[in-house]
Design a protein around this ligand. Structure first.
Ligand code: GLN
Length: 197
């Protein structure tokens, strides 16, 4: 694969700035020379991988459809989705709005808003395969099932809250919480998967 040395962040709404900032720090920590690029339209897709931030999966779906990149995003080999981004990656979702579609790239089933309303959002320390971190859950989705090729990266009790599906060509990583708010370890992990294979 020919690298562009650019990582995109889907930049319609949600915690875009936080992801860009975490991505910059991760690039620095790994001493990579990679640019971080905001993605809104087709012309922004000269990227090696994409980060899909949290926000509203319904909005992400609608705007990416409107800009004509929803189908094109399915061709991106490396995607890291947090919260609404994890919903976007899922093969199947529950409690979707009418007409809501996902990219169906990662073999997980996800229940939207399973932890309750915005006011039920919470923060807690969790163990992950990448070390202990503080995790922020904001109207988070719950991963209900994972396919046999999906590896768990973090659990909270019985709940799988971060996971990855990897093949020779693709890596898709999903987190139900917001790592970009508290840590860069997930961004570093994602970048290592792309540039240090
Ligand atoms: N509830 C949102 C959705 O369904 C996700 C929330 C978030 O990304 N923090 O898309």
């Amino acid at each position: 694969m020919k690298f562009h040395n650019k990582i995109g962040v889907l930049a319609y709404h949600g915690d875009v700035i936080e992801h860009i900032s975490a991505a910059h720090k991760a690039v620095q920590n790994l001493s990579l020379s990679v640019q971080i690029q905001e993605v809104r339209t087709k012309k922004d897709l000269d990227i090696d991988g994409l980060i899909i931030p949290g926000g509203e999966s319904t909005v992400l779906h609608k705007l990416s459809q409107r800009e004509g990149i929803f189908e094109v995003m399915k061709q991106i080999p490396f995607i890291f989705g947090t919260c609404a981004g994890a919903i976007m990656l899922a093969k199947k979702i529950y409690h979707k709005t009418p007409g809501q579609k996902t990219l169906r790239l990662l073999d997980i089933e996800v229940d939207r808003n399973a932890y309750g309303r915005q006011t039920d959002s919470f923060e807690k320390k969790i163990h992950t395969a990448l070390g202990d971190i503080q995790a922020v859950f904001i109207r988070a989705p719950r991963i209900i099932t994972i396919g046999k090729n999906v590896k768990v990266l973090a659990r909270d009790g019985d709940d799988i809250i971060a996971c990855e599906e990897k093949s020779d060509e693709n890596v898709y990583i999903a987190a139900c919480f917001h790592p970009e708010l508290t840590t860069t370890v997930f961004h570093e992990y994602f970048f290592r998967r792309i540039y240090q294979r």
